[in-house]
Design a protein around this ligand. Structure first.
Ligand SMILES: [Zn+2]
Length: 231
């Protein structure tokens, strides 16, 4: 899980949302040489249903919030290594900024046009709700509408089904999972330093956060050691 690939601004309130460009480049080079191949959530959903085959070392790179710097900095680096990613965007704020983090440096978000261009280049998109909503505390009808409307807005934009949801602030529970299913999603992601297995709840998939503090070897070590953690 990534947010922004960029130098860490000195005044950032959430510096862990950053990975430096040279650090990201080194990590992808390492993953590439180890044989990892990026896949999409569509491929993963099919795999979980027993349809379709994943490459031997599949990995999904995800970006939360959909910052414009993803297109400007992260995408060229991923392209160089032959990798693609899934970007979780907030359709109610396209082309605006991360106003849900009022105390954080405001950075521009991708516009609809930029999202379409990245999609044409093989990048996948999922929903991060309509307004970066706290789904566990919002009234049920509001939470459902945040889920449903964002899926519909993205499907209109991309002209294809959108079936992955990234819960804002990684706040989710059983009732949020049920709402997400009812709103048309086939998988959901939170944050937990584990790999995803056949037994992992597909509406609560794990993601390993990567920050500017994590070396390439830390990430590679996690990917190795977590193979042996089953709980
Ligand atoms: Zn977010």
């Amino acid at each position: 899980m990534f947010h922004k690939i960029a130098p860490v601004p000195p005044d950032s309130q959430f510096p862990r949302n950053y990975v430096r460009p040279e650090q990201f480049d080194a990590l992808l080079r390492s993953l590439k040489s180890a044989g990892y191949q990026t896949v999409t959530f569509e491929q993963y959903i099919a795999h979980r249903r027993g349809e379709g085959v994943l490459p031997p070392k599949p990995i999904i790179l995800t970006f939360d919030d959909g910052y414009r710097s993803n297109a400007e900095i992260a995408v060229p680096i991923m392209r160089r290594h032959g990798f693609r990613a899934t970007i979780f965007v907030v359709p109610g704020h396209l082309g605006q900024s991360n106003r849900w983090d009022a105390e954080e440096t405001q950075e521009p978000l991708l516009t609809a046009e930029e999202i379409r261009a990245l999609h044409a280049d093989g990048f996948a998109f999922g929903s991060h709700t309509m307004h970066h909503s706290r789904l566990t505390v919002a009234p049920t009808d509001v939470a459902f509408e945040e889920l449903r409307a964002s899926r519909e807005a993205l499907e209109n934009l991309l002209q294809e089904p959108v079936r992955s949801i990234c819960y804002p602030w990684a706040q989710h529970n059983e009732s949020v999972h049920r709402l997400a299913r009812d709103a048309g999603y086939a998988c959901g992601v939170g944050i937990r330093r584990r790999l995803n297995r056949a037994s992992t709840d597909i509406m609560a998939l794990h993601r390993i956060p990567v920050t500017y503090l994590d070396s390439t070897w830390r990430v590679r070590w996690d990917l190795l050691r977590l193979k042996f953690r089953y709980e």
